[in-house]
Design a protein around this ligand. Structure first.
Ligand SMILES: [Mg+2]
Length: 317
């Protein structure tokens, strides 16, 4: 397996692993540093089960595989079908938008209506699922930016949400491009610095990103606000030296642990590759998608998905 494939597979498996590792810690306060959770344990779902973050990412991946370039109507229909299948978990903002679409409203109007009812709402519901675009478009920067934006706008049109998706996916693609061999700390810092230059985050959000590596653990809030998720994920990868360490630090922040785990897992997967992910976590990863379909997903299915998404990108070049 070449280095690029290892990283693309690392993104897909890493994101799902982070989701599953964070699942039992969601809605709980941070674990004390002397008692960190380091294993896949049972929560509302059995140990190793991924949640809505990964289910929505799989809907996005499905759409990318079937329609090239990304078609927002197809994707909105897949998100809505997922909502109608009765998932165990769903974000409030996402649910409101998909409910309107399910009742016949266009996705554009549904997204606008919900955002207008709470103009400052900028949750992490689109950044948690955005990684399939990076896997498909890692070598097509213009499409990566455009489709990262579009997949967010269907449910989360707030500029912070849209920009967070573009930022994270640019970081992922920069890491995939990075030649193996140089120290991963420098590679990560370069990948983030270069991504930040390509997104107009605005002064405040930019500061959140710039200061993430020097935040203290106690200063991280890790709520469902997209700025908190980006801050926590960048802190976790920038202050650690392995996939395992980054993920343990991320999910033990509690609160929106699974989503922070997801974003951290995608970045750490691109940084350390599939081979850098502990096998004891990979071996228990699983979940069902479509919900209640009987179709189970394991590590091998995420690897296969990453390989197929990478081919979509090659076909569009
Ligand atoms: Mg979740």
């Amino acid at each position: 397996m070449d280095a690029v494939s290892d990283k693309l597979r690392g993104i897909a498996v890493g994101a799902a692993i982070g989701d599953a590792l964070g699942m039992p810690l969601e809605f709980h306060p941070p674990h004390p540093v002397y008692d960190l959770v380091t294993e896949m344990v049972r929560g509302p779902l059995p140990a190793g089960t991924f949640t809505d973050d990964t289910e929505m990412a799989l809907a996005l991946a499905e759409s990318l595989l079937l329609v090239n370039p990304l078609d927002t109507r197809d994707l909105a229909a897949r998100f809505t079908a997922w909502y109608q299948s009765g998932p165990d978990d769903i974000g409030i903002h996402t649910k409101q938008v998909l409910h309107l679409i399910a009742r016949g409203t266009s996705w554009e109007e549904a997204a606008r209506t919900v955002q207008d009812s709470e103009p400052d709402s900028a949750a992490n519901g689109s950044v948690m699922r955005c990684w399939p675009v990076a896997v498909a478009r890692w070598n097509s920067p213009a499409l990566l930016v455009a489709e990262s934006r579009l997949q967010s706008e269907i449910t989360h049109p707030h500029p912070d949400c849209v920009n967070a998706c573009v930022l994270i996916n640019l970081i992922l693609s920069n890491l995939v491009h990075h030649s193996p061999g140089s120290p991963s700390d420098a590679a990560l810092r370069q990948a983030i610095a270069s991504a930040v230059e390509q997104v107009d985050l605005g002064t405040d959000f930019r500061l959140v990103v710039d200061l993430a590596p020097v935040r203290s653990r106690d200063g991280l809030r890790n709520t469902g606000w997209v700025r908190h998720t980006v801050e926590s994920a960048l802190w976790a990868v920038l202050t650690t030296r392995s996939f395992e360490e980054a993920l343990v630090q991320a999910v033990n922040l509690g609160w929106d642990a699974d989503t922070t785990g997801c974003v951290t897992g995608a970045i750490a997967g691109a940084l350390y590759g599939l081979e850098g992910i502990p096998s004891r976590w990979r071996d228990v990863l699983h979940g069902e998608y479509p919900v209640r379909s009987g179709k189970l997903w394991f590590q091998k299915d995420f690897i296969e998905l990453a390989d197929k998404l990478a081919q979509v990108g090659q076909a569009s070049e």
